[in-house]
Design a protein around this ligand. Sequence first.
Ligand SMILES: Cc1cc2nc3c(=O)[nH]c(=O)nc-3n(C[C@H](O)[C@H](O)[C@H](O)COP(=O)(O)O)c2cc1C
Length: 421
Amino acid sequence: MSNERRQIVLGVTGSIAACKSVELLRLLVQAGFDVRVIQTAASRNFVGMDAFQAVSGRPVLSEMFEGGDTITPAAGAQAGSGPSPDFTHIELARSRLLLIAPATANTIGKMAAGIADNLLLSTYLACACPVVVCPAMNCRMWEHPAVQDNLRLLERRGVIVVPPETGMLACGEEGAGRLAEPPRILARVIQLLGEPVHGDLEGLRVLVTAGGTREPIDSVRFITNRSSGKMGFAIAERSFSRGANVTVIAANCSLPRNPGIRYLDVVTSSELARVLNAEMGGFDVLFMTAAVSDYKVSGTGTMGKIERVDKKDLQLVPTSDIVSSLDRNNKCSLKVGFAAEYGEDNLERAREKMFSKDLDMIVFNDISRSDTGFDSDDNEITIMAKDRGDVFVDKTSKAECAERILDQVAELLADSSGGCP
Ligand SMILES: Cc1cc2nc3c(=O)[nH]c(=O)nc-3n(C[C@H](O)[C@H](O)[C@H](O)COP(=O)(O)O)c2cc1C
């Protein structure tokens, strides 16, 4: 496809989440798009134009008029004597897609009202192409009826809204308003434009298990663990962004889903084992990120609800070890395990698991820490592979951990003659 047909415009507005747009831009460029960036004046308080220019390799646009967005006629200037008019917004409006990420409440409001007092808003009004808006703001701003009404109005006019996510916000509050993760935005763009994703994992078939299994006690209660699925979902999304064909076996995950990824939902450890064994043959790399219950209640569990007066003792029996019992005929798969270990010698116990479970790689994290691991947005990991040195990744986002794990997988595949046939 020609460069012209792959041109998209990324509008960046004055939200603290503007720093995430640099990452989004990197993913878009990596996926083969020619991206022109328009920054509003407010956004430049959060990220300078140089960062976007360096990643896009193109000059960043910001002002409609030289010297700012306000028209200040030079002293003595007469009509028709100034520089020739600049129709950049009309040129940009011919792109394949206008993506505004992050979109502030202010910009959303102006779009709804048809105000065009800067380059981004003028481009939006002139656009005939699809427009995608990714809001990011404080949770009370997000819930404000004015913002919600404006977004509904924009949706009725055909604008596609990628809703924000729920979690810890930059202002220290918790709630909805966090910019959707860049891989999810990329997936929406790709889905809209109906194009393949390009990247170093292009063509690789990746299977990820994520979340925590549930073992029923009765019809309303179950045994489970604290795994949220965030690490597995991050690996899935980053694999997708790098061109892989990704399936996730999701055990009880309530995280936002990526339209470019296939999800298979399971509840119990035996369901996970069944789906995994059925699917595994068609994949090149397996990431066993899910936290699988080690025990289940003896028998099939009780139907109905056990009452207090029943004074029931629960008999627990071990579940089967899914990783160790995987079909060994499937020589093609590179198997990556995860070891959440607690206490002394935890690193060595993880290494031992890699050998005893016949894994090619294991990712260790120390669950005695409260600031990383389970349900956290961050992790600190050590990546171990047979016959290779350990790679330590200092505390960082799970998205970044996922990138580092995938770097190691890509190296391992390259070393073993370019991966699976
Ligand atoms: C530290 C700081 C963070 C801000 N973060 C946001 C935000 O996340 N979302 C939002 O809608 N407005 C946010 N604002 C307010 C916008 O920057 C302000 O409404 C500005 O006028 C937006 O202009 P623009 O839409 O032209 O970029 C923030 C302001 C400050 C000072």
